[in-house]
Ligand binder design. Structure first.
Ligand code: FMN
Length: 387
């Protein structure tokens, strides 16, 4: 474990180390949400509403955080969410993230928007999921599905909450438009963060069509932006027919959408508002979770992401019916601070916190967390979640 990563005893501490290391526009690219960032704040504030019931007289000397999610065994109910930002944070980008997930036995969802081709990722990890943005070009999508299936991917995650791009004002203020270009303003910020800049210059500069097969995430993001596509019921039905393995729908916030996804054969849904980066003023994911769990009624596995920053948050989501959670920004902070070691540190911190919270709530296995352990109180006064 690198000394830099080991200094972080919590996700908040890792975030602070990342904030100090990254040029402001790059930190904001990761950190920001849509418009007034109300939903971004609600996501984490909602977890403060949770009341965890302390228990005594339970034998919790041996505790088990392991579970299985859609056939994937995990040492902890955690998956690293698809994000398009890894390449600007560390030169090993998604390879570091995939390696960390494999080393710690948690899930890794490789995003369509990525600095590394999926072939390279498949070489460093045995088990990974693939996140897809659907496009109207069925030929392209079919080729993408064939490619990832041939590489061993058995779980496809289709993101359905980007019919258009959210209004990220931090990026606009910094002049970061997609695809990102090195503007004079960004260069000035880079000069204030020499360590990060030196690393970027040592081979991490986004370049299109490099001989090693690396592709700029920014160029890819630009392409995706041009092909943004509101996913319809018909598309989902088509995708179900085109993908023979497990299918997960990511970006479900409405019970009806959860039921619809299941009707069309989804094996899992992710209750997600894209980390508050799409529709501002959407509810917190934790608040949306119980309704979706009820609508899905055990016919698919329900996952959650958005605002998970503590092991207690993981336990809370499980208590309200999630099978596991995904984290986005937390592992990106770790990646920015210390590459693979930083991501591993974040996973360790969350797992240790989860394990300790289990002991204190009298839960011996994550599969036993239930309504007896977690209840949601009223919104916390003064938090964005109270609005
Ligand atoms: C910088 C960044 C880029 C993201 N890119 C994608 C993406 O390409 N596809 C996707 O489905 N979700 C994307 N997301 C959303 C994450 O998968 C996840 O839903 C979100 O980060 C969870 O919230 P959290 O960051 O509070 O943990 C992105 C999130 C961030 C922070």
């Amino acid at each position: 474990m690198s000394r830099r990563a080991a200094r972080a005893g919590s996700v908040a501490e890792m975030r602070e180390l990342a904030r100090r290391r990254l040029p402001r526009p790059v930190f904001d690219l990761v950190e920001g949400g849509a418009e007034d960032e109300v939903t971004l704040q609600r996501n984490s504030a909602a977890f403060l509403r949770a009341r965890l019931q302390p228990r005594a007289f339970v034998d919790v000397a041996e505790r088990d955080t392991a579970t299985t999610v859609l056939g994937t065994p995990l040492r902890s109910p955690l998956l690293l969410a698809p994000t398009g930002a890894a390449r600007v944070l560390h030169r090993d980008a998604e390879l570091a993230v995939a390696r960390a997930a494999a080393a710690r036995g948690v899930g890794y969802v490789h995003g369509t928007v990525s600095g590394h081709p999926v072939e390279q990722v498949a070489r460093v990890t045995g088990s990974w999921w693939y996140q897809l943005f659907l496009s109207a070009d069925r030929g392209r999508v079919t080729a993408e599905l064939d490619r990832v299936a041939a590489l061993g991917c058995r779980v496809l995650v289709v993101t359905v909450d980007v019919p258009t791009f959210g209004n990220r004002e931090r990026d606009r203020r910094h002049g970061l438009t997609l695809p990102v270009r090195l503007s004079p303003g960004l260069a000035l910020h880079c000069a204030t963060r020499p360590r990060w800049t030196a690393e970027l210059l040592r081979g991490n500069l986004p370049q299109r069509g490099r001989p090693d097969g690396r592709v700029s995430p920014f160029a890819t993001q630009g392409q995706i932006l041009r092909s943004l596509y509101p996913v319809t019921e018909g598309d989902l039905a088509w995708l179900r027919g085109a993908w023979p393995h497990r299918l997960v729908v990511k970006g479900v916030m409405d019970p009806e959408d959860g039921a619809l996804a299941v009707r069309h054969g989804a094996d899992g849904v992710v209750v997600s508002n894209h980390g508050g980066r799409q529709l501002d003023r959407a509810p917190a994911t934790l608040e949306a979770l119980p309704g979706v769990v009820e609508a899905v009624a055990g016919r698919a596995e329900v996952l959650l992401d958005g605002g998970v920053r503590r092991g207690a948050d993981v336990l809370t989501a499980l208590g309200l019916g999630a099978r596991a959670v995904l984290v986005g920004r937390p592992y990106l902070y770790g990646l920015a601070v210390a590459g693979q070691a930083g991501v591993e540190r974040v996973i360790d911190v969350l797992t240790t916190e989860l394990d300790r919270t289990m002991a204190l709530t009298g839960v011996a296995s994550v599969r036993d967390v239930g309504a007896r352990t977690v209840t949601l109180g009223p919104p916390v006064a003064g938090s964005a979640g109270a609005s």
